[in-house]
Design a protein around this ligand. Structure first.
Ligand SMILES: *[C@@H]1O[C@H](CO)[C@@H](O)[C@H](O)[C@H]1NC(C)=O
Ligand SMILES: *[C@@H]1O[C@H](CO)[C@@H](O)[C@H](O)[C@H]1NC(C)=O
Ligand SMILES: *[C@@H]1O[C@H](CO)[C@@H](O)[C@H](O)[C@H]1NC(C)=O
Ligand SMILES: *[C@@H]1O[C@H](CO)[C@@H](O)[C@H](O)[C@H]1NC(C)=O
Ligand SMILES: *[C@@H]1O[C@H](CO)[C@@H](O)[C@H](O)[C@H]1NC(C)=O
Ligand SMILES: *[C@@H]1O[C@H](CO)[C@@H](O)[C@H](O)[C@H]1NC(C)=O
Ligand SMILES: *[C@@H]1O[C@H](CO)[C@@H](O)[C@H](O)[C@H]1NC(C)=O
Ligand SMILES: *[C@@H]1O[C@H](CO)[C@@H](O)[C@H](O)[C@H]1NC(C)=O
Ligand SMILES: *[C@@H]1O[C@H](CO)[C@@H](O)[C@H](O)[C@H]1NC(C)=O
Ligand SMILES: *[C@@H]1O[C@H](CO)[C@@H](O)[C@H](O)[C@H]1NC(C)=O
Ligand SMILES: *[C@@H]1O[C@H](CO)[C@@H](O)[C@H](O)[C@H]1NC(C)=O
Ligand SMILES: *[C@@H]1O[C@H](CO)[C@@H](O)[C@H](O)[C@H]1NC(C)=O
Length: 669
């Protein structure tokens, strides 16, 4: 298998190329008439047999494909959400995710030695319980079902892996970076599983030329933030076993080439050409796993808002506009930030809830700080790998790419006046410095914007300090870093919880008040990267500034610990009072996202219910427990005062309860 894969790579013929489906104006992620395009998919998804559109495309068939299609033809049209549909579904399809199986937990060992350095017993016990969730999230592919022509949407992988949790039943691309940070520290069986996850993704690069968003065929048209090179880096650095590089290096180069060939924008500014990257998926269909939502966003004549008001669109979208919108929806999913005010031309539609929140998506016209920072990191990392393998000229070429990108980012994305990076907007030909203001309070140093606007904030602005894409004059000078971080430090003091994805409340997931674990990691690691010695004129000040950046990193880390710990306690208390057997041993739950309004609330909003589990939340917690160890304090969950909650009302466990209805319903039943 290895050998034939290598052959495909050499000949440039991808074995799955036929999976991408193009027919006239239809461009779909794969050629499956069940999982990727066509009447069956459209009619069933629009009938909404399940609350989550993703459920249907995750059902494996239990009969051969042609029998399923023939039976569908027999159904009365238009398809309704009735007994006939549900009978069809149960006669021809199995359970969502049944092509995967759990790995018996007695085959999985953990050996988290780093916990010895965590001297708060409560924190150590909590992190240990979270580590014990990994076996429950470990899966392997069980096979294609019970008949030779049965089909499913899973992209087979040959090695054991860890899922994110909940509706995310398959391996996900960028999630896996933080999952691996956690697995490496969990040790035992999980060092090998961390490598397996990487090798599965390397197989994807061999088979498809890039890493899809996740291991489902309906994701074959798009990728996600390209962190595979960084997964390899943390793996080899942590294990000090560099053997993996032999297989990985050519494939990491191939993945990089995909981003260069398929996601590049060159623009001339001030007599110079700059090359940067964007998220841009070639696609003219609704995303199969969010079919209904995308279809409505593009085709509804009237917008029905939460309050029951109806807003009519002045003009329906043209076919061309609909296709562009589908492409921008898929591109937003590719960015990992699905969705955010960062990609919305008219975020006010969402803020005021007076029009389709996502109809103004402009994803492909944004050059994002985070994507370009990651690609910088990949270039620098590949330079270092080549230095290690003794290929000096390749190392030099990769360094040159990194330098050019850092310069392009500084020229186009950095704003000296606001002392921050901003996304570049190709539509306006300028940085997106301002965004509409909502009613949430903005710390004073974020003001100075035109009437009705505020200076855009998002943790994406700190990616250049995580990956090193900022020039040395910024990233290596503790006082400059302190100044850049002034804005996010103000938010930490203003909010009870950790740092949200933006400073605009839109109801979208990647906006205020939602706190995303990976973004906390990036903010913290950016500070940890500040070097001790500095070229700054006053050595004593530099040392003080350095110490302050490091204690700020600890403050962010402690706040994330407080959020996960106190939410865990709150959910454990509910579990105890309802005799629930869900969650960890104590009934506590780790969520996919948190809230910046309190330290004991999960996040919400967006296209689906908040998900528990949860891969990257666990990974970031474990990383913090290892990196900050004995400096972490036992969180005091009822005492909001010391955590800046004085300025904002805290939400209690009971309120989480009412607020996240679905989750509590499960507990109550
Ligand atoms: C392309 O689409 C046409 C019209 O929908 C259909 O008749 C034809 O079978 C399709 N071709 C393929 C290869 O799917
Ligand atoms: C469709 O029917 C199923 C089963 O009766 C139900 O659970 C689901 O909520 C229905 N969907 C909608 C949109 O009403
Ligand atoms: C953990 O150990 C450090 C260093 O020995 C000490 O400063 C700190 O107070 C201890 N914390 C707890 C919670 O015991
Ligand atoms: C295959 O058959 C077995 C035994 O009948 C059943 O447990 C399993 O769920 C089936 N798998 C699928 C994908 O339908
Ligand atoms: C998406 O599909 C189109 C058409 O088949 C193809 O050109 C494009 O490369 C695909 N993108 C990905 C990421 O697969
Ligand atoms: C080092 O990694 C290689 C492949 O990545 C693996 O086969 C080997 O067992 C590892 N060596 C040790 C000592 O773990
Ligand atoms: C990249 O884009 C080219 C056309 O520009 C397309 O043919 C190719 O399929 C794309 N590659 C992938 C992996 O999507
Ligand atoms: C930038 O690139 C374009 C297209 O390749 C070229 O025509 C132009 O001369 C370049 N400008 C500079 C300043 O190099
Ligand atoms: C789309 O329109 C249908 C009626 O045609 C309505 O029931 C639904 O709520 C609308 N959705 C949105 C998001 O406006
Ligand atoms: C919206 O359009 C419908 C017909 O499509 C019409 O009955 C209704 O009055 C319109 N509402 C407003 C507020 O214009
Ligand atoms: C980009 O620029 C256009 C044109 O000025 C503007 O309408 C839009 O709001 C800007 N932002 C985004 C995210 O598209
Ligand atoms: C929990 O279990 C105990 C003992 O079995 C029982 O007395 C109690 O009523 C249960 N509580 C709830 C809320 O179900």
């Amino acid at each position: 298998m290895r050998a034939s894969r290598a052959l495909w790579l050499l000949s440039g013929v991808l074995p799955w190329a036929a999976a991408l489906y193009e027919n006239g104006s239809v461009v779909a992620p794969c050629d499956s008439p069940i999982y990727c395009y066509g009447d069956l998919l459209r009619e069933i998804e629009l009938a909404r047999p399940f609350a989550d559109s993703k459920t249907f495309v995750d059902l494996p068939t239990t009969r051969p494909l042609d029998e399923v299609l023939a039976a569908f033809d027999e159904l009365e049209k238009p398809i309704q959400n009735n007994t006939a549909l549900h009978d069809f579904l149960s006669d021809y399809f199995g359970q969502a995710g049944s092509e995967l199986e759990a790995v018996p937990t007695d085959q999985l060992r953990t050996q988290p030695d780093f916990l010895d350095a965590v001297n708060s017993t409560e924190v150590a016990d909590f992190v240990k319980e979270v580590i014990d969730i990994w076996p429950d999230l470990t899966r392997r592919y069980a096979g294609a079902g019970n008949c030779s022509d049965c089909v499913n949407s899973f992209i087979p992988v040959s090695r054991t892996f860890v899922v994110a949790g909940g509706r995310f039943r398959e391996p996900y691309y960028w999630d896996s970076f933080w999952i691996i940070e956690g697995l490496l520290r969990t040790k035992g069986s999980f060092t090998q599983i961390a490598e397996n996850i990487i090798e599965n993704f390397l197989d994807f690069v061999q088979d498809f030329g890039f890493v899809p968003n996740g291991a489902r065929r309906y994701y074959l048209n798009r990728s996600q933030p390209p962190l595979l090179t960084q997964m390899v880096r943390v793996y080899v650095e942590y294990t000090q076993n560099y053997t993996l590089l032999e297989r990985a290096l050519p494939l990491l180069k191939a993945e990089y080439d995909f981003w260069v060939k398929n996601r590049t924008v060159t623009l001339e500014r001030g007599g110079k050409n700059y090359t940067l990257n964007h998220y841009a998926v070639s696609n003219t269909q609704p995303r199969p796993e969010s079919y209904y939502e995308d279809y409505v966003t593009a085709n509804n004549q009237s917008y029905y808002n939460e309050a029951g008001e109806i807003f009519n669109a002045t003009d329906p979208l043209t076919e061309a506009q609909i296709e562009t919108l589908y492409s921008n929806l898929a591109s937003g999913a590719e960015s990992g930030w699905d969705y955010t005010s960062r990609w919305l031309a008219n975020p006010n539609d969402a803020v005021t809830d007076t029009f389709f929140p996502l109809r103004s998506l402009n994803t492909a016209n944004i050059l994002p700080i985070d994507l370009n920072s990651i690609l910088y990191y990949n270039e620098i990392t590949l330079a270092a790998f080549h230095t290690r393998t003794g290929n000096a000229s390749a190392a030099q070429a990769w360094s040159a790419r990194a330098t050019a990108r850092s310069e392009a980012m500084y020229a186009l994305l950095w704003d000296q006046e606001h002392y921050s990076y901003f996304d570049y907007n190709l539509t306006s030909g300028a940085k997106n410095i301002y965004v509409v203001a909502d009613n949430s309070s903005v710390p004073a140093d974020l003001s100075g914007a035109p009437e009705g606007h505020q200076v855009a904030f998002s943790p994406a602005q700190f990616y250049p300090f995580w990956t090193g894409a900022a020039p040395a004059a910024l990233k290596a000078d503790p006082s400059a870093v302190k100044r850049v971080y002034g804005r996010v430090e103000a938010l930490l003091d203003d909010r009870a919880g950790a740092i949200a994805a933006s400073n605009l409340k839109t109801g979208q997931q990647w906006d205020e008040p939602n706190v995303w674990p990976p973004l906390e990691y990036i903010i913290i690691q950016g500070l940890l990267n500040v070097p001790v010695s500095s070229s700054s004129s006053s050595a004593t000040n530099a040392e003080t500034d350095y110490v302050q950046t490091q204690s700020l990193a600890l403050k962010f880390a402690q706040r994330y610990l407080d959020s996960t710990f106190c939410t865990w306690q709150a959910t454990a208390a509910i579990a105890a009072s309802t005799n629930s057997t869900e969650g960890g041993k104590s009934g506590g739950i780790m969520f996919e996202k948190y809230s910046d309004t309190s330290i004991d609330a999960a996040g919400g909003g967006g296209e689906y219910e908040v998900v528990e589990g949860f891969g990257w939340s666990n990974g970031v917690l474990i990383w913090i427990a290892d990196v900050f160890g004995e400096r972490l304090k036992t969180p005091s969950c009822s005492d909001g005062e010391s955590k800046g909650a004085g300025k904002r009302r805290k939400r209690s466990a009971v309120e989480i309860d009412a607020w996240d209805g679905k989750w509590v319903k499960r507990f109550a039943s």
